[in-house]
Design a protein around this ligand. Structure first.
Ligand SMILES: [Zn+2]
Length: 81
C-alpha cells in the first residue's frame, strides 16, 4: 500500500518523521510533488520530501521554492491532495 499524506500542515504524534517533514514543507509554502489516485511522485521528484516515496530528502529545489514563497516571488499553490 502506498504511503499517503492525509493532512496539510498538521501531523499526528505517531506519524513518521517523513510525514512531519512533508507537512512542515507545506507550512513553508512548498507544494505537493505527487499525483494520481494511487499516488506517485511527479517526474523528477522521486525521493523528494514533497513527493510520496518511502525515502524522502530535501534538496536545493525545496529551499529555493521556500525562499521564493517567503519573498513573494511565487504564491502558495496547494496543499496535500
Ligand atoms: Zn502534501
Amino acid at each position: 500500500m502506498p504511503k499517503t499524506w492525509n493532512m496539510s500542515g498538521r501531523w499526528r504524534e505517531n506519524d513518521s518523521g517523513d510525514t512531519a517533514a512533508h507537512e512542515i514543507g507545506h507550512m513553508m509554502g512548498l507544494i505537493d510533488r505527487y499525483h494520481g489516485k494511487i499516488p506517485v511522485s511527479d517526474e523528477g521528484w522521486k525521493g523528494n520530501v514533497m513527493g510520496i516515496d518511502d525515502v524522502t530528502n530535501v534538496d536545493e529545489r525545496n529551499i529555493n521554492e521556500a525562499l521564493a514563497v517567503k519573498f513573494n516571488k511565487i504564491t502558495k499553490k496547494g496543499d496535500c491532495k
